[in-house]
Design a binder for this molecule. Structure first.
Ligand SMILES: Nc1ncnc2c1ncn2[C@@H]1O[C@H](COP(=O)(O)OP(=O)(O)OP(=O)(O)O)[C@@H](O)[C@H]1O
Length: 379
């Protein structure tokens, strides 16, 4: 081989090597691209999951929990009215979820990135805590004790939603101020002559009979018609019994996040107890009850005896839902025994012999205990 041929061969080998390296580079680059994309997807999913957790803990509604006809109707109305700017009046007894629904409307509206501000109309007194101070704010020196400027709820909610909780509790003079504010969409801070314009969507709530109040002259008719443009009524929890367990599961999930617990479910006796209670405090009472039980249990399951004492004794009938015993100890023992037996039966789809084998109890003894403790056959 002459020198020139040798040089050509070497050159060709070098070019080939360079091409190989470049190809490897391109390959690495595309692997890097794929990994980066995957990482970004995982990161985005992680962010969404974190937001969901934050929402659950802070009580920012995703969707309304409830699958009864009544709650499906409420969800439909919420979706229908949310995108508009219409004023909404939400009615329902204490704890039925009026503020939760108001927040849902806000979250589903174009205003969701602006503030949702709640003003509790039943907690107002005088001075800095009067309706006008709270709603419109005040300038320094506007009244004795006004040492600093205060921005009112109307201004805080600008661009977003202003929620007037328990609007029926406003005294008549405050009702006039509210009416003026709604009509003019403007206000003056106390102690100021400057007119402020503001753009808020109003949602009001009440558990009271506004129509009767109007007849008695304690609620203004003109304000009633301004607020009652679109109405959503929330049923009491006892009227949507089949939602109790859905809500209970939702609250277990919420408490798992809040307290770092890993509770998976409710035991059958606990379910019976939740279903037979009359829930005067509605969804709020159910949430408190599940929070209590989640803190009380040391198990992955909420047992009947983890539920608060109010549920152990049904106040409507005044009778204990625990078996009647001669002493508190025997009552407790029966309750534990019922729980353990029910669980075993549930695990074996109600097969008494199989459940008895698990517990080293003869079928005859199982039958005796089931009858004595009044355990339902469906277990
Ligand atoms: N449909 C629902 N899904 C999930 N959580 C709910 C639902 N309804 C109510 N809740 C929860 O129940 C609790 C009570 O609800 P909320 O404060 O909205 O009731 P309310 O009717 O406004 O009560 P009050 O009349 O006493 O002000 C809240 O923690 C809320 O998050």
């Amino acid at each position: 081989m002459d020198i020139e041929a040798l040089e050509n061969t070497t050159f060709a080998a070098i070019v080939e090597k360079i091409q190989k390296v470049r190809k490897r580079g391109e390959l690495l680059e595309s692997i890097h691209g794929i990994l980066k994309k995957n990482f970004e997807t995982v990161e985005a999913e992680h962010q969404i999951e974190c937001q969901k957790i934050r929402n659950v803990i802070e009580g920012i509604p995703g969707e309304l929990i409830g699958n009864t006809r009544e709650m499906r109707e409420v969800s439909k109305l919420v979706r229908q009215i949310a995108p508009t700017a219409a004023t909404v009046l939400i009615r329902g007894k204490a704890g039925t979820g009026k503020e939760y629904v108001a927040r849902s409307i806000h979250e589903l509206s174009e205003r969701k990135d602006s503030p949702f501000v709640a003003l509790n109309c039943d907690a107002l007194t005088e001075g800095a805590n009067s309706f006008e101070s709270e709603l419109f704010g005040f300038e320094r020196g506007a009244f004795t004790g006004a040492t600093n400027r205060h921005i009112g709820k109307a201004e805080q909610a600008n661009g977003g939603t202003l929620f007037l909780d328990e609007v029926a509790d406003l005294p008549l003079p405050a009702q006039i101020k509210l009416l003026q504010f709604i009509q003019e969409q403007s206000f003056k801070r106390l102690g100021s002559n400057i007119e402020q314009r503001c753009n808020v969507r109003l949602i009001a709530s009440t558990g009271k009979n506004l129509e009767a109040m109007m007849q008695h002259g304690t609620f203004r008719e003109d304000l009633y018609y301004r607020l009652n443009i679109f109405q959503i009524s929330l049923p009491e929890l006892i009227q949507r019994k089949t939602d109790i367990l859905l809500l209970a599961d939702h609250f277990i999930e919420k408490m798992n996040y809040k307290y770092g617990k890993k509770i998976l479910r409710l035991s059958s006796p606990a379910i019976d107890m939740l279903m037979s209670y009359h829930w005067p405090g509605n969804v709020r009472e159910l949430e408190n009850c599940i929070e209590h039980a989640c803190l009380a249990t040391t198990d992955v399951c909420i047992n009947a005896y983890d539920l608060p004492p109010t549920l152990q004794t049904d106040v409507t009938s005044g009778t204990s839902v625990l078996p009647e015993g001669n002493s508190p100890l025997s009552t407790l023992m029966d309750s534990y025994e019922r729980e353990i037996l029910s669980e075993a039966l549930r695990r074996h789809d109600g097969n008494m012999s199989a459940a008895g084998r698990d517990l080293s109890v003869s079928p005859r003894m199982m039958l005796y205990k089931i009858r004595r403790l009044g355990i339902a056959a469906s277990n």
